[in-house]
Design a protein around this ligand. Structure first.
Ligand code: ADP
Ligand code: ZN
Length: 607
């Protein structure tokens, strides 16, 4: 098993769980595999496919996912193909022939296509294993139910001897039981991996207004050098405006949302996969169909509606296991808008609950990873050290006067204002609404001038968190003082607020891209630990070579080599083909195909 793993995939060892899963399947057992995105699920069926007679049939819901997998298998010299309606009929016919002749090791197929082929083709070929990817799609309880998946139950009946493996990255207990029942798995070997993704850093930015948010994003992206990433936005409009903002900053981006034609969406996805744009500004719809392993960061421009969504979306970063950064912006406006969605949605109670849990994450004063993992039913016994709370534990101060000022202004305006106008009153801004309603004659007008507007936004979020104010959703989102707030206002209780810490935006010039907010990017810190000189230059050169070779074959660069492999090349600097082949992640096929050029380049740059 290890030998095959090294020869074809270039890996020196198994990830936790993989070896036992492969062994169980080779012994003919069914299996249920739960691993987080990037956990290494594919090897669990690809290796048995290579070690068995016949063909492994992989069921996958999306053509783009199949394409990605097939490309990466072929790039390792493994006979694989995808049977789907996007192909020319002659291609499909040839694939069928290769299946019947037993020449194809892995056949990818959509569930609807499978229903057609199972009656004919499947009886003419030798099937070693059925692997059902994204198996949670079979369950109505899951968040991604697909009716076509419900029909997969026939496989057991029609092919009782073929083992079945179900794989997914998201499945709670009910969904899990549903998968086993509907696929008729027989006492499956169950592997549930930890959902922790320690290589993803977690960071939340609270109450940033637009200009600040934009500046922070541009600096964050520059800090990541060429590293690419995704910015998730709540609305199509925001996607467009963020993309425009990046354009102005000289950062290449594409837009992806449901309002665009399928063609344009496809083009955006292709540009991203092939490293032709650095950033995609997307609504949540983006990402399902991509396996791009070198996504170096994910930003949430707005707060997502649940922790499941959030975790799935940040999970698209760092699939190759390298350090990757995530950043979530969180504002009062988001809460208002998301609550509105919840009110209008079909399942109000559940959605409200989910939104509140998401909000708790964003507002957390304890290690954020602990909150995430406990949400998924996993406990860790220590703080992670890789989130903003761990790095900068919040400090509190007596904020009674600040809270009193805000509440007093609110009461004097008859509690008929939203947060924006409240800040205008506190700051003494003569905004149109202030003038129209005569708020400028209130005693509190301008009483909070000493606090910047952006800090007021932050304090208001905190006041909401502590329950001093609430939002009246049925009254134009006006703010109301709660009984707890009244206690503070009338001096019966003290209010403790969290000190606002803003990294000073010391840098704005490109030259300093490696320093700044929050220190270094994950990638930059990696170079810092490399004792060898010229690490960055070598990395850039290797990346250019990878891009050129990828373009030659019309492949995405990460399929040629992952970022992880490039990092290892920088660290180990192999100058012979032999040493090149030893690198974790380089198999025989790629060694022969690409070795010469990479080794020459390394020699040239290090001599
Ligand atoms: P998943 O399908 O669970 O999201 P993948 O199967 O795509 O994850 O694997 C994620 C990444 O981890 C890929 O880049 C893959 O090549 C890598 N990987 C998988 N198994 C190993 C291993 N044993 N050693 C090193 N890297 C691995
Ligand atoms: Zn932490």
């Amino acid at each position: 098993m290890l030998h095959t793993l090294k020869t074809f995939f270039g890996y020196d060892s198994f990830r936790p769980g993989q070896e036992e899963i492969v062994r169980q399947v080779l012994q003919g057992h069914d299996a249920l595999v739960l691993m987080p995105t990037g956990g290494g699920k594919s090897i669990c069926y690809q290796l048995p496919a290579l070690l068995s007679e016949g063909t492994t049939v992989v069921v996958s819901p999306l053509i783009s996912l199949m394409k990605d997998q097939v490309e990466s298998l072929c790039a390792n010299g493994i006979a694989a193909g995808a049977l789907n309606s996007g192909n020319e009929e002659s291609v499909n016919a040839q694939l069928r022939r290769r299946c019947i002749e037993g020449k194809l090791k892995l056949l990818y197929i959509s569930p609807e296509r499978l229903m057609v082929e199972s009656a004919y083709l499947f009886h003419e070929m030798e099937i070693s294993l059925f692997a059902i990817d994204e198996a949670h799609c079979i369950s109505q309880w899951g968040h991604d139910f697909r009716p076509e998946y419900a029909q997969l139950g026939i496989l057991r009946e029609q092919f009782p001897k073929v083992p079945i493996m179900a794989l997914t990255a998201t499945a709670d207990k009910i969904t899990r039981e549903d998968i086993v029942r509907q696929l008729h798995l027989r006492q499956p070997y169950v592997h549930i991996a930890s959902f922790d993704r320690p290589n993803l850093s977690l960071d939340v930015k609270r109450g940033y207004r637009k200009p600040e948010r934009d500046r922070t994003i541009v600096e964050f992206i520059r800090r990541h050098n060429e590293g690419c990433g995704i910015i998730y936005c709540l609305s199509r409009k925001t996607c467009e405006s963020v993309s425009l903002m990046l354009d102005k900053a000289g950062i290449r981006s594409a837009v992806y949302h449901a309002g665009l034609s399928a063609e344009r969406r496809n083009a955006a996805q292709e540009d991203f996969i092939n490293d032709r744009v650095q950033v995609v500004c997307a609504t949540i719809a983006f990402g399902m169909g991509i396996d791009k392993s070198n996504v170096r960061w994910v930003i949430h421009y707005n707060m997502p509606k649940s922790i499941e969504n959030f975790y799935q979306e940040i999970g698209r970063a760092g699939r190759d296991g390298l350090p990757s950064d995530t950043m979530l912006f969180y504002s009062l406006a988001d809460i208002i808008q998301l609550t509105q969605f919840v009110q209008e949605s079909g399942q109000r109670d559940i959605n409200q609950e989910k939104l509140e849990r998401m909000q708790q994450y964003a507002e957390a004063g304890i290690c954020r990873r602990r909150i995430l993992l406990s949400y998924f039913g996993e406990a860790i016994d220590r703080d992670c050290g890789n989130c903003d709370v761990c790095r900068n534990p919040p400090q509190r101060f007596d904020g009674t006067i600040i809270v009193q000022k805000a509440l007093s202004a609110l009461v004097r305006a008859d509690q008929q204002i939203g947060s924006q106008v409240l800040v205008d009153i506190l700051r003494g801004n003569f905004s149109p609404e202030v003038k129209q309603k005569g708020y400028d004659s209130l005693k509190t007008f301008g009483q909070g001038r000493d606090v910047p507007a952006r800090d007021w936004q932050d304090y208001l979020i905190q006041m909401l968190q502590y329950g001093y104010i609430e939002i009246a959703y049925n009254e134009n989102h006006h703010l109301k003082v709660t009984p707890a707030g009244a206690d503070v206002l009338y001096g019966r209780a003290q209010a403790w607020l969290v000190v606002i810490r803003r990294e000073e935006n010391a840098l704005s010039s490109r030259g300093k891209k490696k320093k700044g907010i929050g220190g270094q990017s994950a990638e930059a810190s990696l170079f810092a630990t490399s004792p060898l000189a010229g690490a960055e230059e070598l990395y850039d050169a290797l990346r250019s070579l990878r891009k050129r070779l990828a373009d030659q074959d019309g492949l995405p660069p990460y399929i040629v080599f992952s970022d992880k492999v490039l990092h290892l090349l920088v660290q180990q600097r192999p100058t012979t083909l032999e040493a090149f082949g030893q690198i974790n992640g380089i198999g025989e096929f790629k060694k022969k195909k690409y070795g010469r050029e990479f080794v020459d380049l390394i020699r040239q740059m290090t001599s």
